[in-house]
Design a protein around this ligand. Structure first.
Ligand SMILES: Nc1ncnc2c1ncn2[C@@H]1O[C@H](COP(=O)(O)OP(=O)(O)O)[C@@H](O)[C@H]1O
Ligand code: SF4
Ligand SMILES: [Mg+2]
Length: 352
């Protein structure tokens, strides 16, 4: 199914407003709180029913924390999460139970998230035992239905996780996440641990299941090439903030933030056509979110950093249709050349 004919509703299923997640940093002999690690720092986004929003960024940028806060696996420090217009942010466990069925997660490491002592049937049935009042027979029938839906055989239900390949184990995790008929799934790097050839199979399965079951995905990956084929829109995260968000085709054709441009330049398959042209390269490692640079957090690695970037934190501003970017270069106030993919200035600067 192409993105153009995909059935995406106009109303948001999820609306996240100004979410922050700060982890306390303890120090000294009394283990007092001496600071905060800002894993997620003021993120707002919304996802429409049937849509896939990709979230990309290097390791440590706060992607998993954002996913866990949205699913209420950990509490937000500030901000609100609206699920179909209901504010679920401060709901207690009992109040949240009916929503839990609708909001599930697929993890990166299927081996770590699957209890090795449980058979496939037990693993896939378990969410029904915890979250529904179905009879044993009904649970068993539903488990077989979902084991087959994810491309495994009914007889595989008697086997244990170690008897499967990585891709098959991820299929078991997907069956577990889907068996309660959820509407919204956070997929946290679901194919990152798999071989490239297997990645495509699992991504295709997830796309097919999305179409069949009308699912909405928040799809997390550290690699833009993985989100490209499954996402309708992509948000790029850097040190706890979204620095650019756009429809997937816009982000790949007209990346506007220097960080997005550098991430794109690092994908070898996308650069095949370019011969010896220099591209934006990411220098050094991502700084610690416990001690982020002042102003624009990307300034220590940005070829365009100028005086204002040290003092002022850029905020997301509209750049085009559904396209928002947080960079001082783009508001026209600074006498610095605008960085666009087609602008050779970018290449000259990065070459210097
Ligand atoms: N429970 C926690 N306690 C303290 N720091 C944490 C915790 N979970 C994540 N972090 C920190 O938050 C930052 C973002 O982590 P994470 O959300 O896992 O990033 P990503 O998924 O993008 O790799 C990292 O610096 C990580 O060490
Ligand atoms: S605000 Fe400054 S440092 Fe940040 S991305 Fe833009 S030019 Fe680079
Ligand atoms: Mg992560």
């Amino acid at each position: 199914m192409t993105k153009q004919n995909k059935n995406i509703a106009d109303s948001p299923i999820l609306n996240v407003r100004n979410i922050k997640k700060y982890f306390p940093i303890k120090g000294g002999v009394f283990k007092r709180t001496i600071g905060h690690l800002k894993a997620v720092d003021d993120i707002s986004l919304s996802i429409n029913k049937g849509e896939t929003l990709g979230i990309v960024g290097e390791s440590g940028s706060g992607k998993s924390t954002l996913g866990r806060v949205i699913l209420k696996l950990i509490d937000a420090t500030e901000g609100s999460i609206l699920y179909k217009d209901t504010n679920i942010t401060s709901m207690k466990r009992n109040q949240f139970r009916p929503y839990r069925r609708n909001m599930q997660m697929v993890f990166q490491d299927p081996f770590g998230s699957l209890n090795s002592k449980m058979s496939v049937a037990e693993l896939v049935e378990e969410p029904l035992l915890v979250q529904t009042s179905l009879s044993k027979k009904e649970r068993q029938e539903k488990a077989i239905e979902f084991i087959e839906k994810v491309g495994l055989r009914a007889e595989d239900r008697l086997k244990y996780p170690h008897e499967f390949s990585g891709g098959q184990r991820q299929r078991i995790s997907i069956a577990r996440a889907l068996i309660t008929n959820p509407e919204f799934i956070v997929c946290d790097e679901p194919v990152s641990a798999l071989d490239i050839s297997i990645q495509a199979q699992v991504l295709n399965l997830m796309k097919d299941l999305q179409e069949e079951l009308g699912l909405t995905y928040l799809f997390i990956a550290h690699d833009l090439s993985v989100v490209k084929h499954i996402s309708d829109r992509v948000a790029v995260m850097y040190l706890g903030k979204i620095v650019e968000i756009a429809p997937t085709s816009t982000l790949f054709k007209e990346p506007a933030h220097p960080y997005t441009q550098a991430l794109l330049a690092s994908i070898p398959t996308l650069n095949k056509k370019k011969t010896d042209e220099p591209t934006v390269k990411l220098k050094g490692d991502i700084p610690s979110p416990a001690n982020p640079p002042s102003g624009c957090a990307f300034r220590t690695r940005c070829p365009f950093a100028h005086e204002r970037c040290e003092k002022e934190t850029p905020v997301l501003a509209t750049q085009g249709v559904q396209h928002e970017v947080a960079c001082h270069l783009l508001d026209g106030q600074d006498d610095v050349p605008i960085a666009t993919k087609s602008d050779p200035t970018l290449k000259k600067i990065s070459k210097a």
